[in-house]
Design a binder for this molecule. Sequence first.
Ligand SMILES: Cc1cc2nc3c(=O)[nH]c(=O)nc-3n(C[C@H](O)[C@H](O)[C@H](O)COP(=O)(O)OP(=O)(O)OC[C@H]3O[C@@H](n4cnc5c(N)ncnc54)[C@H](O)[C@@H]3O)c2cc1C
Length: 405
Amino acid sequence: MNRFIVVGAGPAGLSLALQLARAGQAVTLIEAAEGHQFSRAFRGDALMPCGLEALARMGLWPLLEALPHRPLEGWSVWVERRRLFAVPEPMGSLQPCRLVPQADLLEALLQEAIRHPSLCWMPSTRVRGLAREDHPHGLGRVRGVDLGDGRTLEADLVVACDGRQSQLRQRAGLPMTCSGQGLELLWFTLPATAGIGPEQPDPAVPGFMTLLAGGAIGSACRGARGELQLAWLLHQGDTSLRRSHTEWAERLAQLAPEPLAQRLRQGTDQLSEPMRVSVQVGLAPRWCCPGLLLLGDAAHPMSPVRAQGINMALRDSLVAAGELLAASGPAELDAAAGRVQRKRLPEIQRMQALQSAEARQGALLGRTALLRSAAAGMAPLAGPLAQALWTRRQRPLREGLAGAI
Ligand SMILES: Cc1cc2nc3c(=O)[nH]c(=O)nc-3n(C[C@H](O)[C@H](O)[C@H](O)COP(=O)(O)OP(=O)(O)OC[C@H]3O[C@@H](n4cnc5c(N)ncnc54)[C@H](O)[C@@H]3O)c2cc1C
């Protein structure tokens, strides 16, 4: 039996810890968040068919079915409040993109994981650094982690699932290659419309809407519980944070077609405070060093474009569990960690390239007035062409690469 330490109880860490503990391995799962309050951090709701497939392969389909969820209706792009195109789910996949409250999914994974006696759950505990074996010439193998309270925990392998700002990646000296400028979003929510249940269609919000108008870019979508989730992309050096509630509701309404615009103006009082989310996309050229493996956003922080991060984290953990469970002892675990990176890298590189192509095209259209007015003015002609180009890119973003897990 190997001893594992998994740092971070996000989708990557929880699903990996569960699979390892279920197989009887000794796993210590450490999470910094106070009292494991999953709902405090911002989490997206969208699970793509490729993420659903990973959960099914982990044998977790019944767990997923028991959670509140609803299928996404479809995707649409709106330019100057005119519809450029709309594509209904499931877009040729076996099942539609599914909206599941992330806090509920993580809590259910945790409850399933702690049923296994070989799992030791340590919430409200911050990992401060890596403990290493002594080595006469440089850095020794990672042998465990140092906790904030001064204790050191030992393991045969440490798996860092500590998210996009991964401290363990930095402590290990594993570099991160950042792509592009990164982006900053403001995130708002508005309660579900009275009288429309989450399972009922809402004509004002027909699925995930990308909104481009007047040089601004945003999105609107109903979450798993029917609440409206709104994003506003900030420009570089934007000072627009300093706005009143009413101004924000009006700015969002100016992006949106009717009847959504009216809903936003009427719901001004219920609009949440804006939450600022910074996103830097990147990829670590090396995901492992002796005694340590990085997974999920710690190895490859994903863009929020077309909801990939949770899905890729789950697919990483499925592959990692398969490799790590077949290994015994430090040398085999290090070799297995190398195989995890080799197996997962092609899919991650492809997904990040597709996400960045989509973001570039959105930014070009969103920021170029001439293009927007041409697209909006000729929507009946331009729409089908834009739809064909867009749809071609969606298959791998939804289904992942064949044979990747
Ligand atoms: C605006 C936005 C919207 C998104 N929407 C979606 C979506 O709809 N669908 C989707 O698939 N993806 C979405 N994503 C991406 C997704 O949230 C991430 O890619 C995903 O959560 C990564 O999972 P993870 O397990 O690797 O890391 P995280 O979910 O980031 O989990 C890391 C965990 O590690 C813990 N931790 C960190 N440091 C320490 C430490 N030192 N000690 C102990 N614990 C520590 C943290 O508290 C955290 O719980 C979105 C991202 C953004 C920014």
